[in-house]
Ligand binder design. Structure first.
Ligand SMILES: [Cu+2]
Length: 339
């Protein structure tokens, strides 16, 4: 493994990515999140962090590490698109997805061999109105079988668990609904690997007439793992670890905020979302006209999601992160800045 890591790094140097940490697939260029075998529990002043210093540096710029070198515009692609225009009767909402293999940057100079929908992890946000007919054409431009499975309600023959062969394509037609927030993801075996390598995203379904005005935010929690439970070496909101620690999400002070929060974190028993210094309304799966409860922390199993609404009444920075702090440590720390 060590030799492999060295040769990977040499390859990266040749590719102009010297010093990069490289993760992905069946090979990890650098051991991430690996416990030290045979270590006795004792206080010896040494670093027993399960996350390598290089990964922490890459995520947060800790210690002497470099500051994050990813540009502020890198996650513009996860800006919530405006509510879709209502379709005229009989019209169809056409969506084109290509499954592509791509080397993506998941933290500052940390690279991952991803499987992607349209080249990004998470995939594009789909937005529709309840009842819209969505026709999604999936082109599999990879050498592996893949598929796309929607959560929510639809005809079972459009459920997306049947693999689309390498180089093949298929068309899914679903009626968007119910109004809420629903993940989509690949459903080809081995499922955990296909999801963990990047094939997931969110669909926002508005009720007819839309929701009340709010500043809207999309947050998909996911990890980049070596495939072992509890060993997601890098954890991120919207695919770039440490991003919202470096670049707080700006929201208008005193105005309503609506966040669509989706947990697609494989290889962890659970994910969660915790907001500091304020309480939010919770709509599980974004379904319903009234909040189910109020909290500052919600737990989400894999595939679970919620729409949350809150108002930040005072200027300032409000921290958010999963309340499993090891996930925050590995890149899922962030801030809302009420400005
Ligand atoms: Cu797949």
């Amino acid at each position: 493994m060590a030799d492999e890591g060295v040769s990977r790094r040499d390859l990266l140097k040749k590719a102009g990515l010297g010093g990069a940490v490289f993760l992905g697939g069946s090979v990890l260029g650098r051991s991430i999140g690996s416990a030290r075998a045979g270590t006795e529990p004792s206080y010896d002043g040494e670093d027993h962090s399960l996350v390598g210093d290089d990964v922490l540096d890459a995520i947060y710029g800790h210690g002497h590490g470099p500051p994050i070198g990813i540009e502020a515009s890198a996650l513009d692609r996860h800006t919530v698109p405006p509510r879709a225009d209502e379709l005229p009767p009989g019209a169809v909402r056409e969506v084109e997805f290509g499954v592509e293999e791509k080397l993506i940057e998941i933290a500052n100079e940390v690279f991952f061999e991803a499987w992607t929908y349209n080249g990004t992890v998470p995939g594009p946000i789909i937005r529709a109105t309840e009842g819209d007919l969505i026709r999604l054409r999936l082109e599999n431009r990879t050498g592996h079988p893949h598929s796309l499975h929607f959560h929510g309600a639809h005809r079972p023959e459009m459920d997306g668990w049947e693999p689309v062969p390498a180089g093949g394509e298929t068309v899914y037609e679903i009626e968007a609904g119910p109004a809420g927030v629903h993940p989509y993801h690949c459903h080809t075996a081995p499922l955990a690997e296909h999801v963990a390598r990047g094939l997931y995203g969110m669909m926002i379904v508005d009720p007819p007439g839309g929701r009340s005005p709010a500043h809207e935010v999309a947050l998909v929690l996911s990890g980049f793992s070596n495939g072992v439970i509890g060993e997601n070496g890098v954890v991120a909101w919207n695919g770039i670890a440490g991003f919202y620690d470096q670049y707080p999400i700006k929201v208008p002070v005193g105005e309503p905020v609506r966040a669509y929060v989706v947990n697609m974190l494989e290889y962890e028993p659970i994910g969660s979302f915790h907001l500091h210094a304020e309480i939010f309304d919770v709509y599980p799966a974004g379904i319903g006209d009234l909040p189910a409860f109020h909290d500052d922390t919600i737990a989400l199993a894999q595939g679970q999601r919620a729409m949350i609404e809150f108002t930040l009444p005072r200027y300032g920075r409000y921290m958010f992160h999963p309340h499993q702090h090891w996930l925050a440590d590995r890149g899922a720390m962030g801030w809302f800045a009420a400005v």
